[in-house]
Design a protein around this ligand. Structure first.
Ligand code: 3B9
Length: 326
């Protein structure tokens, strides 16, 4: 009897993981929600009757148990760095000149959208999600594993049993932000100023049930440690973590020159309002890893990457009838 139950539980988990991946990572569900819910209820029922088969990576374990008393500290083996800023074309040409000076003229860049959320690190051991942490001060962060487990686009099990630590940005989509603030105002609570604060506030909740209601999402954009595999370029790294079942943002692009970087910035300055999530700039990275190592880092940020920040949007406030722009 137990033999069949275990097989049934495993096949339900596999199916639910696949459906969850299609819905939350690919944004391309192959079954209606009702089918997913029916299978999940069946798995919950089977696990209740056979608790000895419950494993931490089961889809039923996403919303953990009791609220935490506090967050334990986590030391990042590889620091989580911040980005130097560029505000105009001249800053970017300066960056390009410095990169060519340090790594030679044959350099390619990768451009990515700069997500305006909370930088987090996800650790997987033999393909199982074991630790999620905030960036903190770059060296010491906080263990928010139970809250990150509630983000449906974070797989509890990778498509391969690798040991890897990846970095990315947890964020609140614009629609979730508007819905959350509407509810808060209806309940007489203080609305969040922006999706970034809302995401940070949600991940700082001690009760995972609250984080689970906040409909957060994530984009992974970097690899920290990767046991047994060497990555030659940043773009190859993005493709590899996507193949593992992790959610990356598809809008990244390889650029052969700083002129192509300008074109990418132009394109996304225009398209920014249509995006379903906030971005506050564009991140430019040298693609080749050995050139990254040649350029190295300062104490705070890599010399091979820079963030072009969009100009702060004009906020016009009416003060006693006169219009002022701040
Ligand atoms: C580039 C990096 C700063 C990540 N990289 C690192 O944190 C990092 C960490 C150790 C590094 O190298 C070291 C290795 C060992 C010791 C010291 C440094 C290099 C980069 C970054 C930061 C924020 C980003 C963001 N909001 N959006 C996108 N799209 N990309 C982003 N990329």
């Amino acid at each position: 009897m137990d033999e069949n139950v275990e097989k049934k539980i495993d096949s339900l988990r596999e199916l639910l993981d696949q459906y969850s991946y299609e819905y939350y990572v690919l944004d391309r569900p192959s079954v209606p929600d009702s089918e997913y819910d029916r299978l999940l209820q069946e798995l919950i029922h089977l696990e209740k009757e056979n608790p000895e088969f419950i494993t931490p990576d089961s889809p039923t374990q996403r919303i953990g148990g009791e609220p935490l008393k506090g967050f334990t500290k986590v030391q990042h083996r590889i620091p989580m760095m911040s980005l130097a800023n560029a505000f105009n074309e001249q800053d970017l040409r300066e960056f390009d000149r410095r990169v060519r000076q340090g790594a030679g003229d044959n350099v390619q860049y990768v451009c990515e959208l700069k997500f305006d959320g909370l930088a987090v690190s996800l650790s997987y051991e033999n393909g199982k999600f074991v630790l999620g942490a905030t960036r903190g001060n770059g060296t010491i962060g906080e263990d928010i594993t139970s809250n990150l487990k509630t983000i449906r686009s974070i797989p509890l099990k990778l498509k391969e049993p690798v040991t890897i630590e990846v970095r990315g940005e947890a964020y609140m989509p614009k629609r979730s932000f508007e819905a959350l603030n509407k509810k808060r105002e209806e309940n007489g609570e203080e609305p969040f100023a922006n999706p970034r604060n809302a995401a940070a506030g949600s991940l700082r909740q001690l009760d995972p049930k609250i984080a689970a209601e906040r409909q957060l999402d994530i984009f992974l954009y970097g690899i920290g440690e990767f046991q047994g595999e060497t990555i030659e370029s940043h773009s190859q790294g993005l493709e590899r973590i996507q193949a593992l079942g992790l959610k990356t943002n598809p809008k990244w692009r390889r650029c052969e020159s700083i002129e192509e970087v300008f074109a990418y910035i132009e394109e996304w300055t225009e398209k920014r309002p249509e995006l379903p999530y906030e971005i506050d700039g564009i991140v430019i990275k040298v693609d080749n890893i050995s050139q990254q190592q040649q350029l190295g880092t300062t104490a705070k940020s890599p010399r091979w990457s820079i963030a072009y920040k969009f100009p702060a949007e004009e906020v016009v406030t009416k003060l006693e009838g006169i219009e002022v722009s701040v």
